[in-house]
Design a protein around this ligand. Structure first.
Ligand code: ZN
Length: 425
């Protein structure tokens, strides 16, 4: 059994939406009360209380406040668990010598939703291909909310848990399904071997020179976003108009995120559908998009330019692409090869003669002084990672976790004799 998450959009009518809002408010109230209790017990008695102390009081709360009953005991426990997790994370970070913020009281407006940890208290009913209903609550008081969305796992997929999320005034149901492995498999229609280099000028460049253009959602929508923020700056903070503009900006951000996710889903699906081997670089967008600000003593240069570049790097969603590629490749039986960037240096290496040819970022064409091989920079590095994928016993795929000491050693060797060639022979 595998687990897969599916998100449906809910279309509650006015009464249902009001009830969902009330439920979120109650969950939030429970969260805040439990936090308050933890703080006060510690102040007065000097001892801390844990999850189970709080869980055991739930029946009393339900007896005193009958409106909590219809939320379902497991959902209430889940909210207490959420607080417990916040505390665990807090203490873990304190122990590690960091300075985390103490778990906070939350406004019900900002409370994102609630969760049913098992299949009790709700039922997902699919009718037709894209629609369905979600039944929540029990008996006469139960509500059936219309929903849209579909999944490809067929009737054998069993719903496991449910999270109700409120985002920008819209409601979503995120369901975890338990799916038999056979139902997860993806069809593959071809067995190509492709090297791919992700970048900003083109979102992806392949070893045969094909490219996928970068849609640049953020950059295209930036003027509209700036316009909204300028308008908002003229309004009185907290006024109706101010709030309306805030919501419009939030919707725009959400739209960009949706477009981006959709694009990455489509492109990665296409890739694993046609390839038996996909080779690419191991990436870390977090390091790539590090700020150029520097420190007070040694301030960085070109900070604004780097900030713009970082925005583009993050917007191109390479991390998301890698993550999707890896699970989709597993589903399709495609081998995904992640080359070690530091050892291989794909952008600096010649795909023909394997010599290092240093280039700056501005040099977009690879011209090899050793063998005369000429190719666009990104295409050349895509070829290099593909060759790396075909060399047995090398690459990160062959050694999932190189030891820290090994990594340090190979670093000094890479200049002349990269591990990729010496180990392969
Ligand atoms: Zn060469």
């Amino acid at each position: 059994m595998e687990r897969r998450k599916v998100t449906f959009k809910l279309y509650p009518n006015a009464r249902e939406a009001e009830r969902l809002t009330a439920w979120v408010r109650l969950h939030c109230e429970l969260y805040n009360a439990a936090l308050q209790e933890r703080i006060e017990t510690y102040r007065k008695a000097g001892k801390s209380i844990g999850y189970y102390d709080q869980q055991n009081v739930l029946p009393e709360i339900k007896a005193a406040r009958p409106e909590f009953v219809e939320l379902g005991s497991h959902a209430l426990q889940q909210t207490l668990r959420r607080l417990d997790l916040a505390f665990q994370a807090f203490f873990r970070r304190v122990k590690a010598g960091q300075t985390p913020g103490f778990p906070r009281f939350k406004a019900s407006k900002r409370f994102s939703g609630f969760c049913y940890p098992d299949s009790a208290g709700w039922k997902l009913m699919q009718c037709g291909k894209r629609g369905g209903t979600l039944r929540m609550g029990s008996g006469k008081e139960a509500m059936s909310i219309r929903l849209r969305g579909q999944h490809r796992f067929g009737a054998d997929a069993k719903p496991n848990d449910l999270t109700i999320i409120r985002k920008n005034g819209e409601w979503f149901a995120s369901v975890t399904l338990r799916v038999p492995e056979t139902a997860c498999a993806r069809e593959r229609i071809d067995g190509q071997h492709r090297g791919v280099d992700f970048g900003l000028a083109d979102w992806a460049t392949f070893d045969n020179g094909e490219t996928i253009a970068n849609p640049r959602w953020t950059r295209n929508e930036l003027p509209r976003l700036a316009d909204l923020q300028r308008q908002r700056a003229k309004k009185k903070k907290g006024s109706v108009r101010y709030k309306r503009l805030t919501q419009q900006a939030a919707r725009l951000h959400e739209r960009i995120a949706n477009l981006r996710r959709e694009f990455v889903h489509q492109e990665t699906s296409k890739l694993v559908r046609t390839c038996a081997v996909i080779a690419t670089e191991e990436l870390s967008p977090k390091n790539m998009s590090r700020s150029a600000r520097g420190t007070v003593e040694t301030p960085g240069r070109r900070v604004r330019q780097k900030a713009g570049l970082n925005r583009e790097i993050l917007s191109a969603a390479f991390g998301m692409a890698h993550q999707m590629l890896s699970y989709k490749a597993a589903e399709a039986g495609t081998r995904l090869h992640l080359a070690n960037t530091r050892q291989l240096k794909p952008s600096q290496r010649c795909a023909k003669c394997w010599e290092i040819v240093p280039k700056t970022l501005a040099q977009r064409v690879h011209v090899c002084p050793h063998c005369g091989h000429t190719a666009p920079r990104d295409q050349n590095s895509a070829s290099v990672v593909l060759i790396d994928a075909h060399t047995p016993g090398t690459g990160v795929a062959a050694r999932p976790k190189p030891l820290a000491r090994q990594r340090a050693k190979s670093k000094s060797l890479t200049r002349e004799t990269p591990a990729t060639t010496t180990q392969g022979v």
